[in-house]
Design a protein around this ligand. Structure first.
Ligand SMILES: NC(=O)c1ccc[n+]([C@@H]2O[C@H](COP(=O)([O-])OP(=O)(O)OC[C@H]3O[C@@H](n4cnc5c(N)ncnc54)[C@H](OP(=O)(O)O)[C@@H]3O)[C@@H](O)[C@H]2O)c1
Length: 298
């Protein structure tokens, strides 16, 4: 089966390529190879590759920068999603589109089901919400939207890698402890997407996927520190202090609680490991050089 993966240079895109390679005829496009904000370029790639399955892992993901670049965020996350959906509908290709917990305002106190009302707090979340609406408008028969959260994987720009670097560089760190979500490794997310591509019951659905459990950013930082101490016992590591969001102001507001209810997706593709189990596997068993700059490995 011919599979097109966009955003192939990103952390999810890279994991998807590796997992799909043995099973699909894969075309994987980086931003340089396909700008999804360019409708004609999207059309040309569909024409050239004639995919049966498409996974849109391309996105503008710089949450804070988006506040000062709203047009760019909208062009990629909303217009780009619309272009992909139009082409999927025109060619009959199955489309898996990835979205985010940032479509919610974080005021809930129980996990968000997929049909909960969206109310994004910032530019990034609004652009992703608009992308979801465009996908369901243009390709209701072909598309599945999979929302996820707190994504990390080896080689990507993500919180875990940033923590590993800062733990080695700084004597002390402060990390926000009043934002709650679920850390999600790209490995399980990519596997869920590829599985959903073969499940017709997910057509036209919005679904949620994260690893299991809940955490604050402080919890994730501490778990990362504990595992780093086990893997690199001789390296001095920064102490970590929990702080409230008000002491760490950022250009974009973030949802304080964005745990996603993943029950419907688990029914279809199985239950993911707890985030702590997944993180331990990643930091203790994945190749060290995928997590750390060479200079920091000691
Ligand atoms: N990261 C998270 O914590 C998180 C949480 C929830 C949901 N998600 C969603 O998960 C999906 C995958 O995210 P990720 O973590 O893999 O993000 P990522 O590492 O930032 O990857 C996104 C990729 O899309 C590319 N891209 C940007 N603009 C593009 C354009 N106009 N055309 C084509 N490609 C473009 C980026 O290229 P450049 O790097 O060259 O710009 C990057 O390679 C996204 O839909 C994201 O919204 C992510």
């Amino acid at each position: 089966m011919r599979l097109l993966i966009t955003g192939a240079g990103g952390q999810l895109g890279r994991t998807l390529q590796r997992q799909a390679a043995p099973h699909f005829e894969v075309t994987a496009t980086t931003r340089e190879q396909l700008d999804i904000g360019d409708a004609e370029a999207v059309q040309a790639v569909f024409r050239a590759t004639r995919p049966a399955l498409v996974i849109n892992a391309a996105a503008y993901t710089a949450v804070d920068r988006a506040e000062s670049e709203p047009e760019l965020a909208q062009r990629v996350n909303a217009d780009g999603a619309a272009h992909m959906a139009r082409e999927a509908a025109r060619t009959g290709a199955r489309l898996l589109h990835v979205s985010t917990d940032f479509v919610f305002d974080g005021q809930a106190c129980a996990p968000y089901p997929p049909d909960a009302s969206t109310r994004p707090l910032g530019v990034y979340g609004r652009s992703k919400r608009d992308g979801e609406q465009a996908v369901m408008q243009h390709a209701p028969e072909q598309a599945t939207i999979l929302r996820t959260a707190w994504v990390y994987g080896p080689g990507g720009h993500n919180f875990v890698r940033t923590m590993l670097r800062l733990l080695a560089e700084k004597p002390a760190l402060s990390v926000v402890s009043d934002q709650i979500g679920t850390p999600t490794h790209t490995e399980g997310l990519a596997a869920a997407l590829l599985a959903l591509g073969g499940i017709d019951a997910s057509r036209g659905c919005i679904l949620h996927w994260t690893d299991s459990g809940v955490a604050s950013w402080y919890d994730l930082a501490m778990a990362t520190r504990t595992l780093a101490a086990r893997r690199w016992p001789k390296r001095p590591l920064a102490e970590i202090t929990p702080i409230p969001t008000r002491d760490w102001p950022t250009p974009a507001h973030r949802p304080p609680y964005s745990v996603l209810d993943t029950a419907a997706t688990r029914e279809l593709v199985g239950t993911p490991p707890h985030w702590q189990v997944r993180l331990e596997r990643a930091l203790l068993h994945d190749a060290a050089e995928e997590w750390l700059p060479e200079a920091a490995i000691g």
